[in-house]
Each structure stands twice: as C-alpha cells, then as structure tokens.
Design a protein around this ligand. Structure first.
Ligand code: B16
Ligand code: MG
Length: 215
C-alpha cells in the first residue's frame, strides 16, 4: 500500500531542468564542447561536479581542481541568474493541484533532489509547506544514481521504500529509485519507461487511483 510520495525537483515539480541545460551549454561552449539534448538526458539528476566530469569526458579535456571549481561556480551563478525569472508558470502542469490533493488525503510527501539550490527554489515558489521532508544534494554523500537520497527521504517520512512512489525525470534518478526498492513513475521523457514502472507526461490528468496500477 502506498503511503508516501517522493518527488524529484528539477524537471518534475518545476521546469528548471531547461535552465541547467542552458547554463551547462554556455559553460561547455567556452571549452568548445557542444552539448545537445541527448547528452543533456545523461546530465539530468547528476550532481554539479559529476555533470561537469561527464562533460569533460565528452570533450576529452581535463582541468585542474582549481579551474574545475571556477567552472562549477560559474555554472551555478549562471543558473541562479536564470532562477530570477522563475514563477508559477514554470511549474509542471497540474503539479500544485496534485500536491494539494495528496496533502488533503494525508499522504506523506518528500523532495529527493540532487540540487543544492532545491530549498531556495521551493521557498521562492512557496511550495515548501507541501512537504514533510526535503532532502537535497547537500544532505547525502552519494547522489543519483545512488539510491541514498530517496532512502533518506523515505526514512524521514518514517516509511519503507515499498510503501513509497518516486517521481523522476532523469535516467540516473529512475535507476536510483529502482535500486532503492521504490516504485517509480517517470515524468516527461517517455524513453524512461524502459526502466520505470509507469509514465506520465505531466500531472494534469494523473489521478490518485492510478497508483493502484503500479503498486
Ligand atoms: P545544483 P534534481 C538535479 O536536480 C538536476 O537534475 C541536475 O541537472 C543538477 O546538476 C543537480 O540537481 C545539481 O544541481 O547545481 O543546483 O546543485 O533533478 O535531482 O532535482
Ligand atoms: Mg530531475
């Protein structure tokens, strides 16, 4: 029986995944590395550092630790600049009504995001109060594709993974949740259905009783 729902943030609650993509494209461009949408699918969900390591691998370059730290800071500054444009228009379709409905039905809700900016984004969009627990990239050692972030979220909700559903838009996140023993609903990219249990494009027509099909 499902008692808890754990949501990824970027690309599931809010479409900030496009801001990450634009910021990485611009940073990579300075090193003449081209990033396209299919490369970006593999960056989604990874930590800032792991994302850059993958980009360096693709571009076949290596930087000193000092230069790497500058790149990470530059990317985050670019990303945070874009966050200034955020509004409720950036929420995934139907997500706020869905969260309200879940709160009303007394499901336990958590965020499991790799982003160290997660809490700022949730506060900025006035969404924090929907969640009983918010786990971000600063709170676990191993980020996605390790299941630790979701395991910590479930623990904080006082629930076992088998009693939770994870919503994810990234391959690394779907794998993390499956490895942690969770049911997973992929959001957005239909190809993720190969690894997830169920798929939705957004939350607009998603009904609570559809849980039954995956639980
Ligand atoms: P930050 P999620 C992830 O958030 C993003 O998908 C990923 O693109 C980003 O690199 C990662 O957060 C770290 O974000 O640089 O803000 O700490 O999808 O797990 O909510
Ligand atoms: Mg995501």
């Amino acid at each position: 029986m499902i008692k808890g729902l754990i949501f990824d943030l970027d690309g599931v609650i809010v479409n900030t995944d496009t801001y990450h993509y634009e910021a990485w494209k611009s940073v990579a461009n300075k090193y003449s590395i081209q990033i396209d949408k299919s490369i970006n699918e593999n960056l989604k969900g990874l930590s800032r550092r792991d994302s850059w390591n993958l980009i360096m691998e693709i571009g076949n370059i290596q930087l000193s630790d000092e230069e790497t730290n500058i790149v990470l800071e530059t990317k985050n500054n670019l990303y945070r600049k874009k966050l200034k444009n955020l509004s409720s228009d950036n929420l995934l379709l139907g997500v706020e009504n869905f969260l309200q409905e879940l709160n009303h039905k007394e499901f336990k809700l958590a965020i499991g995001s790799s982003s160290r900016n997660a809490k700022d984004i949730l506060n900025y969009l006035n969404l924090s109060s929907y969640f009983d627990s918010i786990i971000d990239g600063s709170m676990v050692k191993k980020l996605k594709p390790s299941p630790d972030i979701f395991i910590k979220a479930a623990k904080n909700l006082g629930l076992k993974p088998i009693h939770c559903i994870v919503f994810e838009d990234s391959l690394s996140g779907v794998k993390a949740a499956k490895d942690g023993g969770f049911k997973v609903i992929s959001v957005g990219n239909k190809e993720l259905l190969d690894v997830a249990d169920y798929h939705i494009d957004n939350f607009l027509d998603f009904k609570l009783d559809q849980y039954a099909t995956v639980s």
